[in-house]
Design a protein around this ligand. Structure first.
Ligand SMILES: Cc1ncc(COP(=O)(O)O)c(C=O)c1O
Length: 450
């Protein structure tokens, strides 16, 4: 599979080159030249596989000759060694025998090591990049801006990998206590993963990373690579779980159309879902939940896209005023607004509404949602009000509530127990460099530490 710049389809690269270069030479985002389509007989076969093996088969269509089927199978089995459950709010798993009337599921994508959906992409990307480093003997410096979850997942996936240094930029006061602890306690002082606390917002962090990539000398001196969702290596693996889980849901409830609700910020997760749908996954529609940083939901209701500065909210990982993947979404629909509307529906919610929803769901069912998942679930409820026929509703659970224990405990007036791995992290000593959001400060820091 080749990749092309979303700005100019004549600019092409192999998967490996697109992954390592992050952006196309014209500043465009890499997109697959052609998305493979699987007929129902093929999807039925793939849905019967384990998630890891289905992911490996899908990956074989998106990678290049550096990745044999055997390499991809091993890579995916190693990366995806955790559960991908769809559960009802009362805790039953998707299974018509156990939950014959169930129609309201949460796809819990937070059972990986850093307890957020970012593990799916980061663990594939980390292993794919490391495989390429081994075969091509290259070195890379990864700069990653994080609103909380990406940094942890990337740091965990790349920790102690030869030939790669990772610098995680996070906004001061803009991530949860647990996320900050995860970001700043990886490895040792000499490890290849370092945390930088930027005195600014997440948009400032993203801007700084973009500026660094726009600086030819810096890019060349350090062989910079992005691990944010501008990198197509982050987006492709996010299609795998939509593909596989929609096949499980269709097999369980064949008559009902399937709708996913995605709590969204940079729209990387939605891009993965749209790619899965194009591959033949039986997905009827996507519902997009935004917090008050809602340029995409605004675009859906007006047809006009107006990026703007972000404001801090309870669902901090979605505090994005200029979603990186918006151009990818447009290119998947050939820029036809009416076609976007046929597939995507959106709604946005205030922190007050989100808090109320977290409380209501917990009161009525006992299920505890993180603030991001709650935004997605609220959006799904609103969407379903107007649908006159039965549908299978799948809200994407993007993070474990314990990652946002500070806010969830305040909202519910109850203690949230931390999973064991997280409890250990909370005892570690934090290490980070604090700096102003300027390219000069970043350059000085890289000169000493990269
Ligand atoms: C917990 C959580 N939910 C939702 C999102 C939004 O995902 P995306 O940026 O792909 O739209 C993020 C991204 O950082 C996240 O960490």
């Amino acid at each position: 599979m080749n990749y092309q710049s979303h700005k100019n389809s004549d600019i092409k690269a192999s998967f490996g080159d697109a992954l390592l270069a992050s952006l196309a030479p014209d500043g465009g985002l890499w997109m697959p030249e052609e998305i493979p389509f699987f007929k129902p007989t093929e999807t039925a076969r793939m849905g019967a596989m384990s998630f890891a093996d289905c992911a490996a088969e899908l990956a074989s269509h998106f990678t290049d000759s550096n990745f044999s089927p055997a390499v991809l199978r091993e890579l995916c089995r190693d990366a995806y060694n955790f559960d991908v459950p769809m559960v009802t709010l009362s805790g039953e798993r998707l299974d018509p025998a156990l939950a014959p009337d169930a129609e309201n599921f949460v796809l819990e994508l937070f059972h990986g090591p850093t307890l957020a959906f970012k593990d799916f992409a980061a663990r594939f990307m980390g292993r794919a990049a490391s495989h390429l480093m081994g075969t091509t003997k290259q070195k890379r410096t990864i700069l990653v801006a994080t609103s909380g979850d990406t940094g942890g997942a990337i740091g965990d996936a790349f920790l102690d990998q030869d030939g790669i240094n990772v610098f995680i930029l996070f906004p001061k006061g803009g991530v949860s206590k647990v996320q900050e602890q995860q970001l700043t306690t990886m490895g040792t002082a000499r490890s290849n993963v370092k945390a930088i606390c930027v005195d600014g917002t997440f948009d400032d962090c993203q801007q700084l990373v973009k500026q660094a990539f726009g600086d030819r000398k810096l890019t060349q001196d350090y062989s910079l690579m992005s691990a944010n969702s501008i990198n197509v290596g982050r987006v492709i693996p996010q299609s795998f779980y939509y593909f596989w889980t929609s096949l499980q849901a269709k097999a369980a409830y064949p008559k009902r159309p399937i709708v996913y609700s995605i709590p969204s910020g940079n729209l990387g997760n939605l891009t993965g879902g749209l790619i899965a749908r194009k591959m033949g996954a039986p997905i009827d529609r996507f519902v997009i939940g935004n917090n008050v940083n809602d340029p995409f939901v605004d675009y859906l209701s007006t047809g006009v896209y107006t990026p703007r500065p972000s404001v801090p909210t309870l669902s901090n990982a979605m505090d994005i005023g200029r979603p990186n993947n918006f151009p990818r979404i447009l290119s998947l629909f050939d820029d036809v607004y009416a076609d976007v509307l046929d597939v995507c529906w959106g709604a946005s919610f205030t922190d007050q509404e989100t808090e109320r929803h977290i409380r209501r769901v917990q009161n009525e069912t006992g299920y505890i949602m993180c603030p991001h998942t709650a935004v997605g679930h609220l959006a799904m409820e609103q969407f379903a009000e107007d649908v006159g026929h039965p549908i299978t509703k799948i809200t994407v659970g993007t993070a474990h509530p314990a990652k946002f224990a500070d806010s969830v405990e305040r909202i519910l007036h109850t203690d949230i127990s931390l999973p064991n791995a997280l409890a250990k992290v909370m005892k570690k000593k934090k290490r980070m460099h604090v700096m102003a959001p300027t390219l000069e400060d970043l350059t000085d820091y890289l000169a000493i530490n990269a």
